[in-house]
Design a protein around this ligand. Sequence first.
Ligand SMILES: [Zn+2]
Ligand SMILES: [Zn+2]
Length: 315
Amino acid sequence: MAAPETPPAARRAQASERVAREVLNFMAAIERGESLAVGLPLPPGAVGPGGAVGTNGGGGGGRAAPTLEQVVKDLPRIQVEENSWVLHQTVLRLIGGGADSELSIEAVFAPFSPPPSEKVLGPVVLSVPPTADKDLENEADVEGSVLIMDRGVCTFASKALRANAAGAAAAVVVQTHDVWPYVMEDSKGEAEAGGGLNVPVCMVSKEKGEAIKAAVVRSAAEGKTIRAELSVSSSEKDCIVCQELYAVGNTLVRLPCGHLYHEACLLKWLKLSNTCPYCRRELPSSNEAVERARRSRQAAGGAGGEEEAWRAFFD
Ligand SMILES: [Zn+2]
Ligand SMILES: [Zn+2]
């Protein structure tokens, strides 16, 4: 049985309080005219502003190769547009065959499909054929299910139409490339032309999709069923640094851990720390020695909340 966990909402509230406090302390230090190093409790070897490498508990100080700046510059920017996936939370909650095993996965909603008015729950069924490019051979199992289909061979809309015709409760497309997040489109208007969709459609990342598929196969061999619940929440997301909601026109940055911030807020935060404000994962560095040290620290310290929950569910 998994150890009791702080509920996500409470964890988020704690994190946002902590971030607000740290930003305030930092701004106060700047106003007092103290050097940036004062507010920089870097872990040993961590990269500080300007790529300075932290020493044992001390500040970074000094200006070294701009390793962190380069990494930040290369992070994907997201322009928030009308109806953007960023403005809603799409979550696929997996419920295992075991008593209390469950796991929430971030998904990206397909704007050409109707968002569910409430949560949709069903057994997870893998499409046959996997890419759903032909009539489904396991159509009888698909009705009422959360149907998993691979990206590729045919369009997103034609997969969705097949899931719809078979009566799936929800359709989940597994990304086959490393590009994430990815927003599916129906550029040819096939969904509309095909009579419209009743089924909500979303995408999960390649890594998570492959893990779900493996878990479904393994559970089936043990005579268990994994169920999934899809929810698209109208509760908007906010930036944990400034506590403002994301809005159309914002530029966001997505860190490798998956957490999103206003670009300006993140740049401000990175003067304070080289970690994600929410999950505390260190940013990678383009400096090889620094990056090696970061990786070994990460391996020694364990992966942290989300990844541990993930392993607990699937292993
Ligand atoms: Zn912000
Ligand atoms: Zn993070």
